[in-house]
Design a binder for this molecule. Structure first.
Ligand code: COA
Ligand code: AMP
Length: 624
């Protein structure tokens, strides 16, 4: 069956289609009902099915005869370590950690926050939660204590799992002081912290609250997978929205397993035994779906890489990993290859390694710029496949469906909608716009399995953000167009979310931090284009009357505040003082125009602006 007929079947007969896909995973109680509508086109997948996600990822592979196959390879240039786990070994470790959690009183439905660097224990902790039906919430290690505190208060975890440190190239980042500060700041207090001591740093422990990972593992008894309902939450993953408060995206167990299993074949054409590498971090959705769950559901070997594309030790790092572990598929964000290209434009490093195992390169997380696309194709001679997705969907909304048929690629396009996603480009009334014209990229409801169920603790926010803006559709927040051949072009966010080096951040959140400075009267943060990181935030600040602070000093203080509150990954390095902010007569800040000025683009002066001369002042500030 070709792409077109598979796509049509998924849209015209979704229940039949997903019933077939559901047969590819191991259920404890196979579902009889495939889809149950709740309201407004939303609903539940496989509501009467029962399974256990760690069983699907691990035990099912052992039963299928893959117990001695490598499940996970940990490659860490920053500690000069490589370690492998077979499916038998990984399952044993996960079963033991499930026992640790149970001994600490964690059970089905309880939340566990995992704040870990890229070490195997992070994967073991996630799967250990899944094994007992606890809901994990992984917080990216680059977030500051305040961000961790916000997530602790929202998820109200019973336990927090962490490590003594992370390693950023040569910089050792102690985690424990961040964890202690976060727990101090949070209103909710987890009952316990389980800490993995790394040799680089030995963290101090708080008696009665903190427990040593290795000691607990030494005395734990392995636990078998606990049956959970398909619709029970597997995890909460926080992502940036337009306000300062991150949204807890809730993913189910059954829909997630079925969708990811399908995506491994459709999007990546992965087979059991293939070596699959997503060069990302477990703290992001790419890490959840394609470092941990997807490859294991598909019986692949997954790579956990604790390093960077450059500087660990050089721009040949990715090619070295491909060679050493005979990687078949490599998935990363375009920014990683922009960094490689910048340091090694002629790809001299590539010629030092044998990358003949590699079949394809997959890119996502931000727009794949044609220059990076061309460079990768020319240098590697491999197909370079862009795909578009979001934390909310958990897998590709648009892809080149290589598992069915490899379609011609078009630079700048994420190719075509994945079966299950009825993608349409519409206006805010839900009317389709003609091919070639830009609009909101939306997905006609219902969404396929694997997508978010709700926002943790705030279903009203879920509906308001995603289902209500365009009736009958899921609003993606991205704008773009479809061409005459049905190829989808994602051009960027239509809201205040920005993408910095493949990391999704909220300008609204940064504005809240900047506005809290005593000398700041008003501010606005926009994402300006950046050659390497895609976008970087720039603040425009209005000083309070009477405040006498030096502008450079203010900028320095604001940069420190954002780093302290959100984290270094925000890359907030510029705050320009302006006399006024451009606004509409109704008081709305004209962010799009500020962005255009920052990028040196042409802009049309809107008729709604209260005073057009402000734009000239801002242009001067940006040196235009
Ligand atoms: N823990 C603590 N700090 C972290 C961190 C982590 N896990 N990840 C990043 N940081 C820090 C960095 O050390 C840096 O700090 P500094 O300002 O003190 O130097 C800051 O956050 C910015 O990091 P980053 O944006 O990653 O910039 P960089 O210059 O260090 O590296 C790239 C640039 C392109 C190499 C890097 O961003 C990269 O590998 N990107 C790939 C993105 C990716 O995997 N995205 C996931 C979605 S697929
Ligand atoms: P995240 O939820 O962190 O994965 O970020 C999702 C956002 O990243 C999307 O809403 C897009 O704005 C952007 N994005 C992801 N993949 C692509 C892609 N292939 N092309 C363009 N933008 C992308």
């Amino acid at each position: 069956m070709g792409y077109n007929s598979e796509f049509r079947r998924s849209i015209d007969h979704p229940e039949e289609f997903w019933r077939d896909q559901a047969a590819n995973i191991n259920w404890i109680r196979p579902p009889e009902t495939i889809w149950q509508a709740t309201d407004n086109g939303h609903g539940l997948w496989f509501p009467d099915g029962e399974l256990n996600t760690s069983d699907v990822a691990l035990d099912a592979n052992i039963r299928a005869g893959r117990g001695e196959q490598t499940a996970l390879i940990y490659d860490s240039p920053v500690t000069d370590t490589t370690r492998s786990f077979t499916y038998n070994e990984l399952t044993h470790q996960v079963a033991l950690f499930a026992g640790v959690l149970r001994d600490r009183g964690v059970s089905k439905g309880d939340r566990v926050i995992i704040y870990m660097p890229m070490v195997p224990e992070a994967v073991i902790a996630m799967l250990g939660c899944a094994r007992i039906g606890a809901i994990h919430s992984v917080v990216f290690g680059g977030f500051a204590a305040h961000e961790l505190a916000v997530r602790i208060d929202d998820a109200k975890p019973k336990a927090l799992v962490t490590a003594s440190c992370g390693i950023e190239v040569a910089k050792v980042i102690e985690y424990k002081p961040l964890v202690d500060t976060a727990i101090e700041q949070a209103r909710h207090k987890p009952d316990c912290c389980i800490l993995f001591q790394r040799p680089q740093v030995t963290a101090g422990m708080l008696s009665g609250r903190d427990y040593d990972w290795s000691e607990l593992m030494a005395s734990a008894k392995p636990v078998a997978p606990v049956p959970v309902k398909s619709t029970d939450p597997l995890y909460i993953l926080y992502t940036s929205g337009t306000t300062g408060k991150p949204k807890g995206v809730v993913r189910d167990n059954g829909g997630h397993a079925v969708a990811l299993r399908y995506s491994m074949q459709l999007v990546y054409n992965a087979r059991p035994g293939d070596v699959y590498w997503a060069a990302s971090d477990v703290g992001w959705v790419v890490g959840h779906s394609y470092i941990v769950y997807g490859p294991l559901f598909a019986g692949c070997t997954t790579i956990l890489y604790e390093g960077k594309p450059v500087k660990t030790p050089d721009a040949g790092a990715f090619w070295r990993v491909v060679q050493d572990h005979k990687v078949n598929m490599l998935f990363t964000a375009p920014t990683a290859f922009r960094a490689v290209r910048k340091e090694d434009p002629e790809a001299d490093q590539l010629s030092r390694y044998d990358i003949s195992s590699l079949k394809r390169l997959f890119l996502a997380g931000e727009r794949l710029d044609p220059a990076t696309y061309d460079w990768l194709r020319e240098q590697t001679g491999l197909p370079v496949l862009d795909h578009w997705w979001q934390t909310e969907t958990g897998w590709a909304i648009c892809c080149n469906p290589v598992g069915i048929e490899l379609m011609a690629t078009k630079p700048g396009s994420a190719t075509v909608p994945s079966p299950g996603f009825n993608v349409q480009v519409v206006d805010m009334e839900g009317t389709q716009v003609p091919a070639g014209e830009q609009g909101q990229i939306a997905v006609k409801l219902p969404l396929p399995p694997g997508c978010m169920m709700t926002v943790w603790g705030d279903d009203a926010r879920f509906r308001k953000t995603y289902l209500e803006p365009i009736k009958g559709f899921y609003t993606s927040g991205d704008g773009g167009f479809v061409d005459d051949d049905g190829y989808v072009y994602v051009m960027g966010r239509t809201d205040d979310v920005i993408n910095v080096a493949g990391h999704r951040l909220s300008t609204g959140e940064m504005e809240e931090v900047v506005a809290s400075h005593p000398a700041v009267a008003e501010c606005c943060v926009v994402g300006a284009s950046d050659e390497m990181k895609g976008q970087i935030p720039v603040g425009l600040v209005l000083i309070k009357d009477g405040a006498t602070i030096d502008h450079d000093e203010l900028e320095e203080e604001l940069v420190d505040m954002v780093r302290e509150k959100i984290g270094a990954i925000a890359c907030f390095r510029r705050a320009l003082v302006v006399d006024r902010l451009p606004k509409t007569r109704s008081g709305k800040i004209l962010r799009r125009i500020i962005r255009q000025i920052a990028d040196g683009e042409e802009y049309a002066v809107p008729s709604t602006i209260d005073d057009p001369t402000i734009l000239e002042d801002i242009s001067k500030q940006f040196g235009r």
